[in-house]
Design a protein. Structure first.
Length: 299
């Protein structure tokens, strides 16, 4: 199946990582496992793996109530969500209204979730926190706020999402609490797979409503490091703190292409326990040119 594009725009979104993750699952005899993502955001990787049948079911979690409400609304009120997409005005007055609803985060899943969706599609770089509308308040920029709000395309993506609802579980918890409560116990944990993409260390506070402190990163690292059978992979911006916290694990430094504010190359780490085999590619994982039959293996 062709790549399924998430209905959300997300800074550093990992939908393009799906071919790498699919290769990793195949190399480790995990194809068809249950997938857990504690920092869902746009859930691009999860949705791509699900539509490829690389995983049987996905559990996505986001501690931000706005993001969690957005996912619940899209999955549980699909027709209503699509109808609203096709009717909502795309102008600064409506943007101000939706921003107020999103900021207050008060109301039912649909109103909160749709306001967050509107902000995500109409704000610069899709950032919910502190970002202005595409084109500025005067709408005199090169682009207008509707440039990323293709009603037909977004409706199509969300209808597909609705058809997958029986294979998607949404949670709204702290990431480690989510893993503790949702992962199976004992040896069954060996047939689960966790992919974690935590908030950036270096620019996290400017991007996320739920940014992490150093001790939060340490709690996640400690929890994952204590797992004896659980297969897991973590992606991070390449920061000294992260190299220290995960010094006993495999660390791969890979160039990732970003489009947040300006096109640039930055380095991001992929981290995994030594018991997990990692595909090796001569290109960035976003190049997706992976051949699992000839890929090198990291022990």
């Amino acid at each position: 199946m062709s790549r399924f594009a998430s209905p959300l725009r997300y800074p550093g979104g990992k939908g393009g990582l799906a071919p790498y993750l699919a290769a990793l699952l195949e190399l480790n005899d995990l194809t068809g496992c249950v997938y857990y993502e504690p920092y869902a955001g746009g859930a691009g990787a999860a949705l791509n793996l699900l539509t490829r049948d690389a995983v049987s079911r996905v559990h996505i979690n986001d501690a931000d109530p706005r993001v969690a409400a957005m996912w619940r609304a899209m999955l549980n009120q699909t027709d209503r969500f699509v109808e609203r997409i096709n009717e909502v005005p795309l102008n600064i007055d409506e943007w101000r209204h939706q921003r107020a609803v999103c900021a207050a985060a008060f109301g039912d899943d649909f109103s909160i979730g749709f306001s967050a969706f509107y902000m995500n599609r109409c704000n610069r770089s899709g950032v919910l926190k502190g970002a202005g509308p595409i084109g500025g308040l005067a709408q005199d920029g090169k682009w207008r706020l509707d440039v990323r709000f293709n009603r037909e395309e977004l409706s199509s993506r969300i209808r597909l999402l609705g058809r997958l609802r029986d294979r998607i579980v949404v949670s709204e918890r702290d990431a480690v609490d989510f893993l503790k409560s949702e992962l199976p116990a004992g040896r069954a944990r060996a047939r689960a797979f966790v992919y974690a993409d935590p908030p950036y260390v270096i620019k996290g506070r400017s991007l996320y409503l739920n940014a992490y402190r150093p001790q939060d990163h340490a709690v996640l690292a400690g929890y994952l490091s204590r797992q004896n059978v659980l297969p897991w992979l973590v992606s991070y911006d390449d920061a000294p703190l992260i190299r220290t916290l995960y010094a006993d694990h495999q660390l791969e430094s890979l160039p990732i292409r970003y489009t947040l504010n300006e096109k640039r190359y930055a380095h991001e780490l992929l981290i995994a326990p030594h018991r997990l085999y990692l595909p090796v590619s001569g290109r960035s994982v976003y190049g997706a040119r992976l051949n699992s039959t000839t890929a090198g293996l990291h022990p």
